[in-house]
Design a protein around this ligand. Sequence first.
Ligand SMILES: [Zn+2]
Length: 202
Amino acid sequence: MILTYDVLISAGHEGRPASCAHFPQHHCNLGAAGERAWTPIVADAATRILREHGVSVVRLPADFAGKYRVGAAVFIHFDGSNPTCRSSASVGYAQPSGAAAAAAWHRLYGRYWPFGFQPDNFTNGLRAYYAYSQVQAREGSLVLELGEITCPAQRAWLAPRLQWEGALLARFLSERIGKGRVPDFQTFQEQATPKPRYNDMR
Ligand SMILES: [Zn+2]
């Protein structure tokens, strides 16, 4: 059976390691330090706002069973890097519909996010995400790395904005599927200010 919703939102690494025993094929990556605490906050905020605007959302942890047909899907993550500050935000997708969705996310998030993006699909985890095969998303399935949590400057920027990240994501998803009309929130007024490239900051 395929379950149908407007939007699928999965919080990266949420529910692990407990869920790993049931999904040995997922390799049980627990994420970067602190990542597992942050992804549900963003996912819950986005879900709440979308539901308030009449959008049906299936809100999932990292590991889930079954197949879904949705308008759009996002898998929320924060990147980790060792050495630190070698990464930034990034987007992953496998389907052609993901490329247009990724470009739209670059345009929207890039207005605010000051630390730039890695190339789309620059890691195997982005290119071949384990859950892509469980989701058909008309307007694309995206893995979103919202920044590098292991980089102190990026972490400091992200930490007070997790609710805002969820709100931005809600607006993005609402626009992608043409449903819900989530408005621009006042907190979106903040614009990206040019920062030194992260390689210059050490
Ligand atoms: Zn992750």
